[in-house]
Design a protein around this ligand. Structure first.
Ligand code: SAH
Length: 343
């Protein structure tokens, strides 16, 4: 059995014409899938025998909700399970500019950032394009809310799964489907340089966020193994080229970790790197993760770090803490549930 959500309109056309049906059936089916239906029987304008043929070889691969935690601020965090038992997290958030979902791109992660929960057991497998679409559809069904923005900032490294992430972007942007504008999507990478160049070519309208978390190589290498493969200066160069090519502002994510990267000197050094170009720094007070030794920053340090950047003319925001009364940090919900399962 295969997940029909993986098929792009062209693939669906091939499938239905292979069954001896007219091409337009593909558009109908694609439209139904994007509505979030979970059974072929719901495709009321598709002939019963075609529905029957489809269901013999294909399934609609929306993940099941293992747990959903709703926070008082409207944030909803779901632990999803796919047909093979693989589990990922997804978070729904309400902002003044609309509703946003943060989705996972892999089951686990192999990038090894030392402060992150998603990477603790390594990577189990990649998610397919249709499974990522499934996260969006399942969250929409679960919350009953519309989704206006998608950020690929959940578990996994999207550029370590480039083909499937590209497929997902095409699927969700497809006019006959969910039809989400590429400008309402953000992809976050830990800094895989060759993929940044490729992404600028392939998806210049999609927003890019780069997890920097340090002002220099020495500090970056302490927490991010990827920094050993790609030097800081080369990463900066790739990011500059990205902004030149796309004319889009890059967001740098910077998780503030007490005593590691949160000093005024670090803020000064970061400022000297970023001064004068189209960027935006998103400061994220570290979410403390069970089993990791790092501590989050004091409010005082957040304020002074921010002030240094602002004084240097750098656009900076501090990430609003949403869902602080539920397991907020990436990968934590899954860790906790896996722990329970093992007990
Ligand atoms: N692999 C991608 C996207 C997934 S993580 C990337 O590295 O960008 C999304 C963001 O959350 C990244 O900036 C990541 O470094 C950050 N993050 C991971 N664990 C965190 C934690 N415990 N506290 C704060 N931010 C964290």
């Amino acid at each position: 059995m295969n997940n029909i959500l993986d098929l792009e309109p062209g693939g669906l056309e091939e499938l239905v014409t292979g069954f001896g049906e007219k091409k337009f059936r593909a558009g109908q089916i694609f439209g139904w899938l994007a509505k979030g239906i979970t059974s072929f029987d719901e495709m009321s304008n598709v002939p019963a025998d075609l529905r029957e043929k489809l269901s013999r070889e294909w399934y609609i691969g929306q993940p099941a909700v293992v747990t959903g935690q709703r926070s008082s601020d409207g944030t909803e965090k779901c632990l999803f399970e796919f047909a093979d038992g693989a589990r990922v997290e997804s978070v729904f958030m309400k902002y003044s500019y609309g509703n946003s979902i943060c989705i996972s791109s892999q089951v686990g992660c192999r990038m090894g950032c030392t402060f992150c929960a998603s990477t603790m057991d390594g990577k189990e497998r990649d998610l397919t394009a249709g499974e990522m679409l499934g996260e969006v559809l399942a969250m929409r069904n679960h919350t009953g809310e519309s989704i206006n923005h998608v950020v690929i900032m959940g578990m996994g490294e999207p550029f370590d799964n480039y083909e499937q992430v590209s497929g997902f972007l095409r699927l969700i942007n497809s006019p006959k489907g969910v039809n989400l504008s590429l400008r309402n999507i953000t992809v976050s990478t830990c800094g895989i340089i060759p993929a940044i160049g490729r992404f600028a070519e392939d998806f210049p309208q999609v927003n890019l966020a780069v997890s920097l978390h340090a002002p220099n190589d020495e500090i970056r290498r302490r927490t991010m193994p990827v920094a050993k493969a790609y030097a800081y200066d080369d990463l900066m160069k790739a990011c500059r080229q990205y902004t030149e090519k796309t004319h889009r502002r890059i967001t740098f994510e910077y998780a503030l970790i007490r005593g590691v990267n949160d000093s005024k000197r670090d803020a000064e050094e970061l400022s000297s790197r970023l001064r004068g170009w189209l960027t935006h720094v998103n400061l994220i007070p570290l979410n403390e993760v069970d089993g990791r030794d790092y501590r989050t920053v004091t409010e005082e340090n957040v304020r002074s770090f921010r002030r240094v950047l602002e004084n240097n003319g750098i656009a900076v925001t501090v990430r609003r803490t949403l869902g602080s009364d539920i397991d907020a940090a990436c990968g934590q919900l899954r860790q906790r549930r896996t722990g329970e399962k093992l007990k």
